[in-house]
Design a protein around this ligand. Structure first.
Ligand SMILES: [Cu+2]
Length: 256
């Protein structure tokens, strides 16, 4: 899996984010976006819709079931050919809209939900466990192909046994710097997810129809990047006119 990490270098510390008593310097400043525009589009697959392999489960089958759809498979909508779990993000945005209050990764039905996500450095990152089973979420910076992978979170997530409903556990953690992250469950080897931590909130992940939208974008010209775990990366220049919506559709081809 190829990943580009050039986006994450910040030369100027423009903003400070304070969370849980810690302060994180970032290269991004929150401002009122004047005449904001947006970038929307669809990512479609140019090829036969791939089958999703079924994996056999032999652990915690009472909760996880005896099989699970391979979470690392390429997910293509059979009608629209839209590709799900494609991450799109802008490079080098120095100021703009406020990030969401928090980012949530859930362990649910023995999968990571979402499978691919974006987050903003220095902002609350919540790991939940919605399953009545012990999960062990392990987050590392860098891709699985890199040898120097630093663990940023490694924690067993228990559950509330004996209650009529299991409550989510909230473990607020701060991802203090930007970069790609791998998310694995050390208890269930099929559980895998990916994330990109940025200094700004201009990213989106495609839905089940391959659609995405970047909202409240300050007018200007940007480098829009696309990443899919199996289908690679693309880059495109996109200009957002004041108050207007720009369209950027992509096509992904099968890898040989
Ligand atoms: Cu697990």
């Amino acid at each position: 899996m190829k990943r580009t990490t050039t986006i994450i270098v910040s030369v100027f510390a423009l903003g400070l984010v304070s969370y849980a008593g810690r302060t994180v310097e970032t290269g991004y400043r929150v401002v009122d976006v004047v005449q904001a525009g947006s970038i929307t589009g669809t990512v479609t697959y140019d090829g036969a819709v791939p089958d999703i392999p079924t994996l056999t489960v032999d652990k915690n089958v009472d909760v996880c079931g005896t099989s699970i759809a391979d979470p690392n498979a390429t997910v293509v909508n059979s009608q629209s050919k839209g590709v799900r779990w494609v991450l799109l993000y802008l490079e080098e945005v120095s100021e703009g809209k406020a990030p969401p209050e928090r980012f949530v990764l859930d362990n649910e039905e023995c999968e990571f939900r979402p499978h691919v996500m974006g987050a903003v450095a220095g902002h609350p990152f919540i790991i939940e466990n919605s399953d009545p089973v012990l999960h062990n979420t392990h987050i590392r910076f860098g891709s699985t192909l890199e040898r120097t992978r630093r663990t940023v979170f490694n924690g067993a997530l228990s559950f509330h046994e004996g209650e009529p409903q299991y409550r989510p556990i909230e473990n607020p953690r701060v991802l203090r710097r930007s970069g790609w992250i791998d998310i694995q469950c050390d208890a269930h080897e099929w559980m895998q997810g990916y994330g990109l931590v940025l200094e700004h909130p201009y990213f989106a992940v495609t839905d089940e129809h391959g659609a995405y939208e970047l909202t409240e974008v300050p007018p200007g010209t940007y480098t829009l990047k696309l990443w899919h775990e199996n289908l690679g990366e693309q880059t495109r220049e996109v200009t957002v006119q004041p108050g207007a919506s720009a369209t950027a559709d992509f096509t992904l081809k099968p890898t040989s």
